[in-house]
Each structure stands twice: as structure tokens, then as C-alpha cells.
Write a protein that binds this ligand. Structure first.
Ligand code: NAP
Length: 476
């Protein structure tokens, strides 16, 4: 297993020789160690990306697209190894890790196809001949979180490379090995030296060096709202183009016409992916009063039946929380909710399996949740379902929109008029109607308000890495 960083096509260690250990969060066993890069290595990565940009941007679209398709095929061939590595460093069950490899690959196939749809435009202007074309912004930076180590990277690398940008990626410190394995595949697929560079290490000096360098023209970040704000401030000096995919606090609305079995199946699929450590997980369950009790009983029963444990065991549904701070936050939210008057229906504590760490939280259902509770205001990022009843559509929509976040929302209903209204009025970038998985590579994905801005997926994702040029000609 490769554990180096990639700069200008060479696999390198840190100048200082320092490394960061990567541990399996389910067992605390070592998985590997990666370089702790600093300012000098970061500057060299910008040199490499900047030097490689003209030739990569000039390469015919067909050639860039072919490289991306080749990269996707190589990921498919290495699916088992990539998934096993992801489970080892991130903890998610193996089946989810395999699905993530497929999801990550799909961004390369989609970007390779979408690049052909971006054509020059010729708006009609009296007395002038106008051509509007697009060109790559230049050197792009991607900073990614630990919860989807491959998918979050793919969402950024695929569009950047498709349009002709070169890139520097900085994966999360808990999950750098999946990113390194991916970079190795990119090199095998023929991505030229300097086009893709990868740095691991303390994020602050790396990010500051990147933000200060005027050759960097784009930053795409997925992570917490707090770090997103920090990067936005830092990007102001060079007026950096930004895409910020930040925290979420998704509401899931269950209306009175919902079929109970389907509603529970959809809620379970949306909530417990990656143990609830997903930015689009429902964090607030709003249920029509007429079916509230029946829905809660069925949700609690299905939740309690989930199996926790080390992700390599085939029967496991839920892996560990990523670290001690993460499970302590989940516990704090549950304790706070009960203190503020919520009723604990199932779960509420930790589970410990043989040979596993103490980072597994029980699937938990709470009812009677209110806006005073932390779990109703902040991202819990764990397997907790806070529930609250509503009486009519106006109240449901008002409660759903009562959050500073706006990434995803879900509704379970078949009423066409209501579906139309929800699409217009729910203030989130993504609305899933009876759909627990609305994030696919072919469609735009991203948030509004404190969930950030910018879109990933399809041609919308490519546009984030392009600047628009207007050539206005008047015949002399
Ligand atoms: P995080 O702490 O913000 O970290 C995300 C990335 O930012 C990591 O690579 C991290 O590096 C880096 N980072 C940390 N401090 C930094 C700094 N001062 N300057 C530059 N980079 C810095 O978030 P997380 O805890 O890993 O991820 C969970 C969050 O991501 C949640 O809020 C979740 O909702 C959000 N998320 C959003 C989406 C979306 O599409 N909207 C998708 C997935 C996750 P280190 O790991 O080395 O510290």
C-alpha cells in the first residue's frame, strides 16, 4: 500500500520526515502513516500544478475525457481493495464502501460525457457578432472530509480535470490512504505529472500557503461550516473562486398519506448511511400527528434491530463514530435532549462488540423534540433520530425551514400539489421526495445559506471550474 504524497508525478515524503498515523476507528489498529507536509512542499505542489496547466488545458477534450473514463475503469478493477482500505480507515461497513467506490467512479464517467455538452454560445446582439466561450480557471485546490473519502474527492477531481484545470488535493487526516490509492490509479490512467498533486498534513499551514498563492484560482471545500467560513475569509485576498459544501441539518417530513412501511424504509436508508455521519442525513424528523405514534414505533423497532460492529463483518449495518470527539458529541446531544424534555424511545448509549473500540453509538430515537434542544439546532453527525409531530403542511414547512442550514430535505408523500409546493418552498439545495438517495453524479448537488454554495455533479459541477469569456466583435 502506497503511503507517500504526489507532487509533479513523483511519490514523496515530507522534508521534515514527519508522518501522521492512520488508525482504524473500529479497532484502533494502525492502518498506515502518511507524510506531514509543510509550507515548502505545498509551494512545490503549486509550482507543479501551475507548470502542468497550459499543456493539460490545451489537450483535446476527447483526450482528457478518455483519461477520465480509463481512470473510472481502473477504479472498478480495484473496487475490492479500495473498499477494504476505506472500511479500514473510515469504519463504514464494507458494502457501503463498495457502493462508495461505484458512486465515486460515476463522477468521472459523468464528467467525461458532460464536457462535450459545453459549447460556445452566440447571443444575438444588433450590430455585433458575439461569441461566449469558457476556459478553465487554472490551478484548483480540493480540501475534503473523512466521511466519504473517495466520493468527496471524485466530486472535485473529475470536473476539474475534465475542463482542463490542474489540481492539488488535501484529504482529511483520518482518511488519507484512500486518497493516495486513488491518486496512484490516476497516474496509472495516464494523468500527466503535475496535473494531480496530493498533500497530507496539518491543514492550517497547507491551506494558508495555498490561499496566499496568486497562482491558485479555485478552492472547492467540503467540510464543516466553521472551516468553510475560515477558508472564505482566507480566499478574499486573491478573490478566489469558491465552492463550499458545508454542514447540513436535513428535515424529513412524513405526511399523513405516507405508507408506513415505505416511510420507515426511506427514513432508515437516509438516516443510517455511514452511521449517520453524512451531511445529508435527516437530523429532524417531522411526522404528521395522525401517524406519529405508529411511525415512531416502527422506526424504533427497525433502528434497534441494526447491527453495530467492525465493518468487515458482513452482518454489520453500523460502523463506529470516526473518533472520540464525535461519539462524545452524539452523547451530549442525546443527554441534552432528554434534559430538555425529550422522550427516549430506543437506544441512547454506547455499544461495545468483541475486539472493537468504544466508539459505537446505539441507534437512537427521541420524541417530543423542540428547537431548544441541541439535536434540533446542530448537526449531530451520528445515529440519532429526533422526532416532532406537526398538524398541517404550513407548520411542517415552517419547522423544516427553521434552520440556518439548507443542504437537503426529504418528504414522504404522493400528493402532487404538495410535492410541487415542497419543491418551491423548502429552503434546501436538494429535495428528496420519497427518495432516500437524491445525490447522484448526473445532477447538481449543493447547499444554500449556511450549507454553502456551488454545485457538484453533471455539467453544473464543471461550470464551477470554468470562467466565461465574451468576445464582442464589431466589423470595422
Ligand atoms: P472539517 O473539520 O471542516 O474538515 C474538513 C477538511 O478541512 C479536512 O480535510 C480538514 O483537514 C480540513 N481542515 C480542517 N481545519 C482546516 C483549516 N484550518 N484550514 C484548512 N483546512 C482545514 O469537517 P469534518 O469534520 O472532516 O467533516 C464533517 C463536516 O463535513 C460536517 O459538517 C458535514 O456536514 C460536512 N460535509 C458536507 C458535505 C456536503 O456536501 N455539503 C459532504 C460531506 C461532509 P484535517 O482532517 O487534516 O483536519
Amino acid at each position: 500500500m502506497r503511503q507517500d504524497n504526489l507532487i509533479d508525478g513523483a511519490w514523496v515524503r515530507a522534508d521534515s520526515g514527519r508522518t501522521l498515523e492512520v488508525l482504524d476507528p473500529a479497532t484502533d489498529l494502525p492502518v498506515g502513516s502518511v507524510p506531514a507536509m509543510g509550507v515548502a512542499e505545498t509551494r512545490r505542489a503549486v509550482d507543479a500544478a501551475s507548470g502542468a496547466f497550459p499543456a493539460w488545458a490545451a489537450r483535446p477534450v476527447e483526450a482528457r475525457a478518455a483519461t477520465l473514463v480509463d481512470l473510472s475503469a481502473r477504479m472498478a478493477a480495484k473496487r475490492a481493495g479500495l473498499a477494504a482500505l476505506m472500511t479500514a480507515e473510515q469504519g463504514k461497513p464494507l458494502a457501503e464502501a463498495q457502493a462508495e467506490v461505484d458512486y465515486a467512479r460515476s463522477f468521472f464517467d459523468v464528467a467525461a460525457a458532460a464536457i462535450h455538452t459545453l459549447e460556445d454560445e452566440h447571443p444575438e446582439v444588433p450590430g455585433k457578432s458575439v461569441r461566449v466561450h469558457r476556459r478553465p480557471v487554472g490551478v484548483a485546490v480540493a480540501i475534503t472530509p473523512w466521511n466519504f473519502p473517495l466520493a468527496m474527492l471524485a466530486k472535485k477531481v473529475a470536473p476539474a480535470l475534465a475542463v482542463g484545470c490542474t489540481q492539488i488535493v488535501k484529504p482529511a487526516e483520518q482518511t488519507p490512504l484512500s486518497a493516495i490509492a486513488f491518486a496512484e490509479i490516476a497516474i496509472e490512467a495516464g494523468v500527466p505529472a503535475g496535473v494531480l498533486n496530493l498533500l497530507t498534513g496539518d491543514p492550517a499551514p497547507i491551506a494558508e500557503t495555498l490561499l496566499e498563492d496568486p497562482r491558485v484560482r479555485k478552492l472547492s471545500f467540503t467540510g464543516s461550516t466553521e472551516v468553510g467560513r475560515l477558508l472564505m475569509r482566507g480566499g478574499a485576498t486573491n478573490l478566489l473562486r469558491l465552492s463550499l459544501e458545508l454542514g447540513g441539518h436535513a428535515p424529513l417530513l412524513v405526511f399523513e398519506d405516507a405508507d408506513l412501511d415505505s416511510a420507515v424504509r426511506i427514513a432508515m436508508a437516509a438516516k443510517y448511511r455511514n452511521g449517520g455521519q453524512t451531511c445529508i442525513c435527516p437530523n429532524r424528523f417531522l411526522v404528521h400527528a395522525s401517524i406519529h405514534d405508529a411511525f415512531v414505533a416502527a422506526l424504533a423497532e427497525a433502528s434497534a434491530a441494526l447491527v453495530s460492529g467492525v465493518g468487515t463483518r458482513p452482518e454489520v449495518d453500523l460502523g463506529p463514530m470516526i473518533d472520540d470527539a464525535a461519539i462524545e458529541k452524539v452523547e451530549a446531544h442525546v443527554t441534552d435532549a432528554i434534559r430538555c424534555g425529550a422522550t427516549l424511545v430506543t437506544g441512547g448509549g454506547r455499544r461495545r462488540g468483541a475486539g472493537a473500540t468504544n466508539r459505537f453509538h446505539e441507534p437512537t430515537v427521541l420524541t417530543g423534540c423542540t428547537a431548544e434542544m441541541r439535536c434540533w439546532r446542530e448537526e449531530t453527525f451520528g445515529p440519532v433520530c429526533p422526532v416532532r409531530a406537526f398538524r398541517d403542511d404550513d407548520e411542517a414547512i415552517a419547522l423544516a425551514n427553521d434552520s440556518e442550514y439548507g443542504l437537503a430535505s426529504y418528504a414522504i408523500t404522493s400528493d402532487p400539489g404538495r410535492i410541487e409546493r415542497l419543491g418551491l418552498e423548502l429552503r434546501t439545495g436538494v429535495v428528496g421526495i420519497n427518495d432516500p438517495g437524491p445525490a447522484v453524479a448526473a445532477v447538481p448537488f449543493g447547499g444554500v445559506r449556511h450549507s454553502g454554495f456551488g454545485r457538484e455533479g453533471g455539467r453544473w459541477g464543471l461550470e464551477e471550474y470554468l470562467e466565461t469569456v465574451t468576445v464582442s466583435r464589431v466589423d470595422a
